[in-house]
Design a protein. Structure first.
Lengths: 596, 152
């Protein structure tokens, strides 16, 4: 029995910050003090506050360390593990409170993420120890398929992939559909810019997804399942493969699960870099080995999906919710959330916010609670301007809407969408026109080209926005943007085209003055749009420290250390802002300039 | 592993096409799919070479032209953009001496862009093969490239 447990986050963000080196250093330090038998290091999935990584949590006290470097290992072991004195300088907050007392965690409600950061995702025993596969066992041995569906319906669970379709209803449609065999598919093609909640679940609690799929398969009468996952997530692929092998070995996948008559197995299918494959009909085409182009619906996959057979497609987070409904009952699940949006939602907080990372909150809390109480607000010295929610299909909401509750219907009503849960916070340094153009460039690039409204519409809108950000827009451009956007919404084949205009339409709605400034005054108020801004060095503030020259990738920042003020050669400048960011004396300034 | 061994691990069905192509591509030092690969994949899964080519050209991660030993992909999504991906990309262009879509003369690196890598909390981010490298600064870019150069 070990005396101390160290939960070391080994999600993608913490790995990138060096968690593996921290583990090695800790192990060495423990060996040096002969403590290897007393202190156990467990590599877990994402704990949430990714920006502070590598993070680790020490039990039994529940001490939360952040930004741990390999050099810190010796001190942690000698002071904390040996003498019982937590290392103050590495604590997130003073006084070493339990994580539940840190505001970031205190306001969260972890259901889907309950195991992320607390168990080793590569060990099925740890999942089983927290009642893993118990819900599946209960379903296949004690419940009829129709009862499972009834419970999911009663829970009020809606699809977490974006559109929010009632999950139980979808299951019922597949169960009732004629055709054999039937398939169950997990859409793990998370591609929305700024969304990484599915990645964290896949990496941190892969068995929860497999269990959810198996329960769904039992309910709808499928014997075969697929996880379609993007190739950009190699760690998630590897952990899923491990989980699949362990689940087969334990007998919770395969034939005669829990000695019932139910057999089910799952295979992985890896994408190859096409955003549109997150759309369900495109995803089906991709699994079938074809170009991942969407097709018109109906027929919906529920009646005609993979190889024309009835197919259930849900997203990662949706499946991860399922076992909780069966374990605790649909009413307990429905007790969290609002009238029409039940349960919790995982959000990926990013952009200009103090606590970037992953959070899970009850549906219906306000944007203000999500972004300020949990997210910590924008870093000092800047002001909140807008929140982009729902990715390229979503919209930008201004500060005046911070008290809007976060649920499917409220967000849609204000021009954004729940989407998959990507949240990008923008401060007053952001240009909303530039931001809208950025998202549109993304959808224009990812448009598969099959239908005209999306293929041509995104290009037309992009061309207009290019003109506006270059200071060459005209007054009727705004009406044209709205008109094309509206046409795309009505006439596009799939969700990508139908929602592609949302970032533009929502910024037109809430930030029209910024469009007007670009068009009428030919200026970018935030000083972002390259053609409308230039960087200059304030000679009096410059201490010729050379930082800007070293940061400048094009040689535009020029000067000699300690030999008088530097200068920025406008013709060489690509306006990346590296000099502005790096200057310790605030001697680099952005100035508006006339369009050229 | 030989190409025959790679192909042999897969059942004869079109549904394995993308995974099979990934494996064939990785088996080539130059990270691309040769015409022979396409023909081999086609006959194994029961599609025509044209059908396979049709699928291949749809996906950005497959290449029909030789690329570098390592693929460097810089995330161009909004979070990375806000965090300064542009200057990281400029540094990569400078350090590698190539533009996006090109391969270094020594055949070691190809520079590409990618949509969101889902590591936004450590933006700006790039991927080198399967490794995610976050919190990019010009310095971190150079260090990472050096590490791969030494490992060749």
């Amino acid at each position: 029995m070990t005396r101390v447990q160290v939960l070391l986050c080994s999600g993608t963000a913490c790995q990138s910050s060096g968690s593996a080196k921290v583990k090695r250093a800790l192990t060495e330090a423990l060996a040096g003090h002969d403590l290897l038998s007393e202190v156990q290091i467990v590599e877990t999935g994402c704990m949430g506050p990714c920006e502070l990584g590598p993070v680790l949590l020490v039990y039994p006290e529940g001490t939360f360390y952040v930004r741990v470097k390999p050099e810190d290992a010796a001190e942690i072991v000698a002071e904390h593990f040996l003498k019982g004195r937590p290392v103050g300088r590495l604590l997130w907050t003073e006084g070493a409170p339990e994580p539940t007392e840190i505001p970031f965690f205190a306001r969260q409600r972890k259901i889907v993420l309950a195991n992320c950061g607390t168990i080793d995702p590569e060990k099925i025993e740890e999942y089983v120890a927290v009642r893993g596969y118990e819900a599946l066992g209960k379903a296949v041995t004690e419940m009829a398929p129709a009862e499972v569906i009834a419970q999911v319906k009663r829970s009020g669970l809606r699809g977490r992939g974006g559109a929010g379709f009632p999950t139980g209803t979808k299951w019922e449609l597949v169960a009732a559909a004629a055709g054999d065999p039937k398939y169950v598919v997990c859409n793990a093609d998370e591609g929305d810019p700024g969304a990484f909640m599915d990645r964290a679940i896949l990496e941190g609690d892969p068995h929860a997804i497999l269990e959810g799929m198996a329960i769904a398969a039992y309910a709808v009468g499928a014997s075969r399942g697929y996880v379609y996952i993007r190739a950009e997530y190699p760690l998630a692929v590897q952990r899923l493969e491990t989980a699949l092998a362990q689940a087969r070995k334990l007998g919770v996948l395969g034939s005669g699960i829990f000695e019932s008559g139910f057999s089910f197995d799952i295979e992985l299918r890896i994408g190859a870099g096409a955003f549109v494959c997150g759309e369900e009909t495109a995803l089906i085409a991709s699994i079938e080995g074809r170009r991942g182009e969407p097709r018109p619906r109906p027929p919906y996959p529920a009646t005609s999906g993979l190889w024309g057979k009835p197919t259930l497609i849900n997203n990662v987070e949706t499946y991860a919710n399922v076992r909780h409904i069966l374990l605790h009952g649909p009413d307990a699940f429905a007790a969290v959330g609002t009238e029409k949006s039940k349960g919790t939602k995982v959000f990926a907080l990013a952009g200009k916010i103090r606590n970037t990372g992953l959070v899970e909150v009850p549906m219906g809390i306000t944007l203000r609670e999500l972004l300020f109480d949990i997210g910590g607000g924008v870093p000092a010295g800047r002001e909140f301007k807008a929140v982009q929610i729902g990715g390229p299909s979503g919209g930008c909401l201004p500060a005046s809407l911070l008290d809007v509750p976060v649920d499917y219907d409220s967000l849609t009503q204000h021009g954004a969408i729940m989407g998959s849960g990507g949240v990008i916070v923008l401060d007053d340094a952001a240009c909303m026109v530039n931001m809208a153009r950025f998202f549109l460039e993304f959808t224009a690039d990812e448009s598969c080209g099959k239908c005209v409204p999306c293929r041509v519409g995104t290009q037309m809108m992009l061309r207009i926005l290019d003109r506006i950000v270059a200071g060459e827009g005209t007054d009727d451009d705004l009406a044209r943007l709205a008109e094309i956007g509206d046409m795309m919404k009505k006439a596009s084949l799939c969700g990508l085209g139908q929602t592609a205009a949302n970032p533009v339409l929502s910024t037109l709605r809430y930030f029209a003055d910024e469009y007007h400034a670009h068009i009428r005054d030919r200026s970018c108020p935030a000083g972002v749009c390259p053609n409308l801004v230039r960087y200059v060095v304030l000679p009096d503030a410059c201490r010729s420290c050379d930082a800007c020259r070293r940061a400048c990738p094009t040689g535009a920042a020029q000067g000699t250390p300690r030999a008088g003020p530097y200068r920025i050669v406008d013709e060489l400048c690509i306006r990346c802002g590296a000099c502005f960011d790096v200057c310790p004396f605030e001697a680099v300034r952005k100035e508006p300039r006339e369009a050229q | 592993m030989t190409k025959d061994a790679i192909v042999g691990r897969y059942p004869r069905s079109p549904e394995v096409l993308l995974s099979l192509l990934h494996d064939l591509q990785k088996a080539n030092r130059e990270n691309y799919l040769t015409p022979e690969d396409l023909a081999r994949a086609a006959s194994h899964v029961g599609l025509t070479p044209t059908e396979v080519r049709d699928a291949v050209t749809f996906y950005s991660m497959f290449s029909l032209r030789p690329r570098g030993r390592h693929i460097v992909r810089v995330c161009e999504s909004p979070n990375c953009h806000l965090a300064g991906a542009w200057s990281a990309l400029a540094e990569l262009r400078r350090a590698l001496g190539v533009d996006v879509g090109e391969t270094t003369a020594d055949g070691l690196f190809t520079l590409e862009l990618t949509s969101c890598l889902g590591a936004c909390a450590v933006a700006p981010v790039m991927m080198v093969d399967d490794e995610v490298v976050g919190n990019l600064t010009p310095e971190r870019v150079r260090e990472t490239l050096d590490r791969y150069r030494e490992a060749k």
